[in-house]
Write a new protein. Structure first.
Length: 424
């Protein structure tokens, strides 16, 4: 039996344990229910009629755990999704290529179930003797195409109008991925890998972000944020621009830990303003005073409130005064976020980056933008060393995807829906 599990020891929050294991006959009813629900959507499979237990009694026997497995993902004792690998084509030359299928119970959507299953398949493919995986996905199935792309699959083929569902012709896209991915090293720089994330897609994401930053240099917001940076921020202008950009494009709410006198808070507020959408922007600050040549203050909270008011963003910011780790602070943040998710998390307080993430990891949207300061600095620095260790551990576990290092000391990337069984 294949079982991948362990307790999430550190998370204080109610992260759910996920177990991936070989499917057994007892799982067949749940597997079939999930499949039949997918058939009805006309989005995910060319099968048009529901299947029955009787017809599919031998389904699992067509698979072998050591070559072409059929897995289920179980959470809280319930089957949340399944994945199967089967030979792509019978000819010998294709023996290293497998076709992948993944289905998720509607009740467990948006919890990273498909991603977790796909990541496991990619990670395990070398030991299964699989050198390439293909997924056959209908052209209108954007969520699946996006997920596959995020996991390093590329469009290897298009079969136009090849399927007819009801009276509508559907394109079939062949998404393919080599296992392991090729081109790990580009111009001598070995990319930091985030679990099974393909280096090509990761590199594209990094370059896209750099390109975005360059474009902002030609826009009025650049000058606007330059003033904010000079008057109210310890962060580099590039980082403020990225915070503005993420706040503008992110889905979900925004949480900032360590607002100081408001530089990054104002940048994020401008992003929300320019998005034209309603998003909560929660800023946590403990207060105090600071001796600093440019930004010295006797009263951080007083100056923070004053700066937010001057920039006309007070109304947009929910300011939580207190230590980020106080239960009252955490409860207040959670209450403000409500049933929504966090789409941008800015960490610029103390060194305990993982502690902050643990407070909200169940609220982080998959793909949540992450801006984490204090990643670079003198090797012996008491803040940098533990901060970097926390971030590196999360990257190594595949929880965080690196998109670049910016400014003086800032790590930028995305939350990749830490699977609950990974100990970060
Ligand atoms: C480096 S400054 C933040 C700079 C700010 N991001 C900017 O744009 O200039 C760090 C801030 O985090 C606050 N802070 C440190 N630890 C904290 C904690 N555990 N909870 C809340 N605030 C904290 C400090 O009071 C300080 O104002």
């Amino acid at each position: 039996m294949t079982a991948v599990t362990s307790e999430n020891r550190r998370s204080q929050t109610a992260a759910t344990k996920m177990i991936i294991r070989d499917a057994g006959d007892a799982d067949l009813p749940a597997i079939i229910d999930i499949y039949n629900a997918a058939i009805a959507t006309r989005m995910a499979t060319a099968q048009l009629d529901p299947v029955t237990l009787e017809e599919r009694r031998d389904w699992l026997k067509e698979h072998s755990p050591d070559r072409h497995p059929f897995w289920v993902l179980e959470t809280d004792g319930r089957i949340a999704g399944w994945l199967s690998l089967k030979p792509f084509a019978p000819r010998c030359a294709y023996r290293g290529t497998a076709e992948i299928s993944v289905y998720v119970d509607e009740k467990f959507r948006r919890r990273g179930v498909a991603r977790r299953l796909l990541e496991e398949a990619i990670a395990r493919s070398p030991s299964l003797g699989i050198t390439a995986i293909v997924g056959l996905i209908f052209g209108q199935n954007d969520p699946s195409l996006k997920l596959f792309e995020q996991l390093g699959f590329q469009r290897w083929g298009l079969l136009p109008g090849i399927a007819r569902l009801e009276d509508v012709e559907r394109d079939l896209i062949v998404m393919g991925r080599r296992c392991p991915a090729r081109d790990d090293t580009i111009t001598g720089l070995t990319l930091q890998r985030t679990g099974p994330m393909s280096s090509n897609s990761q590199l594209n994401d990094c370059l896209n972000l750099m390109h975005t930053l360059m474009q902002y240099r030609q826009e009025p917001i650049h000058a606007e944020l330059l003033k904010i940076r000079d008057k109210h921020s310890m962060l580099h202008l590039d980082v403020l621009i990225l915070i503005y950009h993420f706040a503008k494009i992110c889905m979900g709410q925004i949480v900032e830990v360590g607002a100081f006198v408001g530089g990054a808070t104002i940048a994020a507020a401008f992003g929300v303003r320019d998005s034209g959408k309603r998003k909560a922007l929660i800023a946590i600050e403990q207060g105090g005073s600071l001796k600093h040549k440019r930004l010295g203050t006797r009263n951080i909270l007083r100056d923070l409130e004053r700066n937010l008011a001057r920039r006309r963003v007070s109304e947009m910011v929910t300011l939580i005064k207190g230590h980020s780790f106080d239960p009252g602070t955490i409860a207040a943040v959670r209450q403000t976020v409500g049933s929504d998710e966090i789409g941008l998390l800015i960490l610029d307080a103390d060194a305990a980056k993982q502690r902050e993430i643990d407070c909200y990891r169940d609220k982080l949207a998959d793909g949540c933008w992450m801006v984490i300061d204090d990643y670079y600095g003198p090797a012996a620095d008491s803040k940098i060393t533990p901060a970097r260790a926390d971030v590196d551990a999360l990257v190594a576990a595949g929880c965080l995807q690196l998109l670049g290092f910016y400014g003086w000391s800032t790590w930028v990337g995305r939350w990749r829906g830490c699977a609950a069984e990974v100990i970060c």
